[in-house]
Design a protein around this ligand. Sequence first.
Ligand SMILES: [Zn+2]
Length: 437
Amino acid sequence: MRKLLHTVTLIGMAVMMTACQGKSMPDTYVPGMDFQFFTGGIAQYTEDGAYIRVGDFVYFYDRSTKEMIPLCDKPDCLHDKETDPDRKRKCNANLYMIDDRNYQPFIQYYEGNLYIMYKSLFADGGQRKSDRNTQFVLYKHSGNGSYKEEIWRSEEVVSSFLVHRGSVYYTTGGYKSEEDGIKCNIFLKAFSLDNPKREKELYHLGSNVATSSIDKLTGYGNHLYFSTSISNVLEDGSYEHENHFFEMSLRDYSINELSVPGLSSKTLVNGITFMDDKLIIIPYTVETNSTDEFYIPTDIYEADLDGDNIRSVLKGIPQGYYIKGDGQNLYIDNAICAYMGDPERDPELKYYVYDSDYHMTDTYTISNSLIKNWAWDFPVGCPEWGCYTLNNSAEGVRSAYCWDKKNIGSYDGKELDIELIDYDYPEPYVVQELFTD
Ligand SMILES: [Zn+2]
């Protein structure tokens, strides 16, 4: 009886928690909910490992056994070793709905499941559709590999999405011909995972502009963050650009523009990250439109999560340096400058680690051959470790790597220890394999 009561209490609590999501969750870091900012779309971390996409399959990498396991528990399935296209597509670990090789499906882990947005030419079940019928389809993959199911579908282009505290936020829209010319309208919309059919428009950008976009969707605590960029054509044919960064309260959907003290018209908020439940704001001044501007020194700021009480915490950082956080440390790298900037100032790739008091605690380098196109977007991972993949179909490269953070603090400029995750990946995807028309 006692056991039963315990179960009833747990179910009651689970119901309460679901009902309260988004409204009464604490405005602080909650593991499993607020980690999205330090993960890329390729790997999503859990307590025991990470879900990693390599090529057209999603795997769970078990950190203790160092095993890479296709995310499918069907006993009669060979997963990534299936040769029959239809059987391969039905594997729960397979991401075969994608048939646009340039489209990288973004994966998000949330409360035990993976959410993956596909760009699909299939209506459903494998019939090829023309490009005009491209659809964006959100799938839920069970975190234990037991099923995958479609939960939402859109005829509109989905440019980015984020699962945060029980809801899906996404940007959509684009160009449309209207009576007085071509208009670009971009929308930020949301729906609850409990009720995907009830979409809600949160923000609209556009109408009479040449191009516009909403980017950098980020969720943390009861806040959503996004940047906007607009280009207008002036009478003399030149372009005028406008960039903004906003914070939206998820309690009442009120919007605040993020800014830094003494902001000139040429300085914009270029990026954000987080540290100890504080917002880190990264400015950038557009000055010369040449690589010289990478070396304009900038302050880095810390603020409350709504952008208030802003203060400078780091000074004199070249603004071409890239800054990311895992919630415990900040990682600043010179990758863009090392590739495109002044070779005398930045002769090699260098990463600088700062602790939560903004003291530099370590520096390290990474071998070029291990990062390739990740150079300026090397994932910082979660607080304990990080992983990343290299996918290059043209070169037949398919590999995943991980790195442990336990040695951070003792590198002192030496090369980061990176470990290759040993796995025999299938041959790269061949489009013809799928279609008969
Ligand atoms: Zn399978």
